[in-house]
Design a protein around this ligand. Structure first.
Ligand SMILES: [Zn+2]
Length: 254
């Protein structure tokens, strides 16, 4: 299997990846309570796994996957044990610094792949910040929201009814597929801190959601690499292109 993990590459391999105009995925998760039945690394595991599988599937150009950012913005989960959150400004600054480093090494296509609802708005607005303040072009998506036709959401649920929830059917299904040894379905009940119905989760649904999300990400990566991003763009799916930066619509002010 080819190497796609950033931390496994040697110096010369980075140089080759830059020359080949690689896309760098920065998975962004969380460490937060997911009810009584799921591990606290659920969000990180989901987005990191989807990113790795998509990167492996693309042969036309390199796709590298950074180690996942395991802390997110989760103050609303702090009342339950296990949650570790960053403060808002710290989180934004952390993501900014990572993007600056990736960009400094010559990479010009950077994609944040988010796995936590509480991060979504930050991830969506980060492209504007990086463009305006740093002159860096990047895009940011949440894995269940990649597809313009909402294929992932279609695959997600009958019970969650289009809402991803938290530790509900969707995440329970994904975890039953990705790391079943860490799931305790005997305690999969609605309780404080759970949104959705975890009892409806299944490994089969998890596989379908996972494969659909991977497919949507592969298509997005191909469009991004060929400069054909179009229908993917909307308020919550943001790209700031080099052209926009260069045309000073986002003048740098630092
Ligand atoms: Zn989650």
């Amino acid at each position: 299997m080819k190497k796609v993990l950033w931390q496994e590459l040697r110096r010369t391999e980075f140089e080759a990846a830059v020359k080949a105009d690689a896309i760098v995925i920065i998975p962004v998760g969380s460490t937060e309570q997911h009810g009584n039945h799921l591990p606290i690394n659920t969000d990180t595991n989901c987005c990191f796994s989807i990113a790795q599988r998509a990167a492996q599937a693309i042969d036309e150009f390199p796709v590298l996957v950074l180690p996942p950012v395991w802390m997110g913005y989760s103050p609303h989960h702090m009342e339950h044990p296990g949650t570790i959150t960053l403060k808002y400004d710290t989180f934004v600054e952390l993501l900014t610094q990572i993007a600056i480093c990736v960009h400094a090494h010559g990479f010009r296509k950077i994609l944040f792949l988010n796995g936590h609802g509480g991060n979504s708005a930050i991830i969506a607005s980060l492209a504007f910040k990086l463009a305006g303040e740093e002159g860096i072009s990047a895009i940011g998506y949440t894995y269940w929201n990649i597809s313009p036709t909402d294929e992932v959401m279609e695959a997600v649920n009958e019970a969650d009814k289009g809402f991803i929830g938290h530790a509900g059917e969707t995440e329970t299904s994904l975890q039953l597929y990705l790391q079943p040894e860490l799931v305790d379905m005997n305690s999969a009940v609605w309780t404080s801190g759970v949104c959705g119905d975890p009892t409806k989760g299944s490994r089969e649904k998890g596989e379908r959601i996972f494969e659909t999300a991977v497919k949507a990400l592969i298509r997005l990566l191909r469009h991004y690499h060929s400069g054909e991003l179009g229908e993917e763009l909307s308020l919550w799916r943001v790209e700031i292109s080099d052209q926009l930066i260069n045309h000073m619509r986002f003048p740098r002010y630092i």
